[in-house]
Design a binder for this molecule. Sequence first.
Ligand SMILES: [Mn+2]
Length: 459
Amino acid sequence: MTKRPDRSKFLEDFNHAVDEFIDHSYNRVINISHNDADGISALHIIQNLLYKLKVDNDYFIYNRSLSWENYLNGILSKRQSEKTAFIFTDLGSNLAELLPIIKRRKEHFYILDHHEVEEFAEIGEIPENLFFVNPTIHGFDGLEHISGATLAYMFAKRIKPSIMKQGWLAIIGIAGDSLKAMDKLQSFNREVYEELIDEELIEDEKGLTLFGNMHESIKNGLKYSILPFIKDFGGQSDNLINSFLNSIKINPKTKVIDLKTKEIETIQQEANIDSLGHYALIPQKSGLLKFAFEHALLINILCFKNISAALSIVQLKTITRYAKDLYAEYIYNLVNNLKTISNDPPSHETEKAVFMEVRGRIPPSNWSDTASFSAVNELFNPEKILFLGGLEKKSGTIKLSIRCSRKYIEKHSENGVNNIISGIKKELGGLGGGHKLAGGIRLSLPSYNRLKAHSEDFI
Ligand SMILES: [Mn+2]
């Protein structure tokens, strides 16, 4: 699995898909995308392309709560046409599920995804009506090297170069998925990032990175930063943080982005944080929406609360009161959840796994992000796999967010979260999938209990 990225193999798939898409001049194109910031950004890029091409189009958002069979049943029409194409963005790599469906259809399917493919070697032949573009099968990292929106951007821009103006959407996708400062980007993510800086479509800045609150004062930055989560200040009282800042002669009201180099040095030293990095700004937007990371996070938040608000915020230049309130509430909760995770003992711990059953302590809509930010901030033992979740009332199943640290992947590169999920599904059933570092699964209660009792068998 840790093979070197093979760029020419990937570009072969990519160019083939682009050529086929251009050659077929479809009458109708339906985009299916993922319900997160990366997926929503990819969706907007493809919608822009289809608008420019003047193709009749439609879109759907898939949240993985149904099997592909059941989900597509409601979308695929009885009448089949070769003049219709489906473009899947930021999803569609569950090939074992999807291939039997695609084989029965006349429509063409373009899958532009960066999630790992389960057991790709065993998939067999790809049907003729499927154009499968996934850089992870050629050794690329789906988080650092290329986001779903980056791939959608590359595809759309190849067909219509003027799509470059929508390139900032790719940066939203990258910021939402990679959870890293922009100086850590590699490969296609980096190339697209630099291209957009050169074209002045985005701005790159260097400074103290307190992601989640880059648009705020240093007082709120320390209090509500989620990347890094600052143990001494995260979720603490204003008084405590203000007196700390006053003691080092920094005005608590100074905006994070206005801090001088000397002040940044002092804060890093005195607060014992190491958080100097690059961040991206979207020039045509203002306030929170100007900051790529915060904008992406806001889309992720809205995806859970109000999918149409998530779709429309992308078009706005300034944030709505509704979205602003949701964001503030979310950050407040997440910071407190991270405090809970860093203070509370696990519900169950084995040699290789940490189970956190958080129903009642953390609201279900926060599980996935609490797990992600616990992992990137290493709030649990980074040598172990985190299973965080509990009973989801509406589905009656146990919903688990599964995470591991980058440290873990460096040691066990062949056995990331996606492989663990595949193994669990094979033995215990359930629905789910993911990346090397992050994924999710829904299990029945008996299956969950078996997982807990025999977690070592799956890791
Ligand atoms: Mn993605």
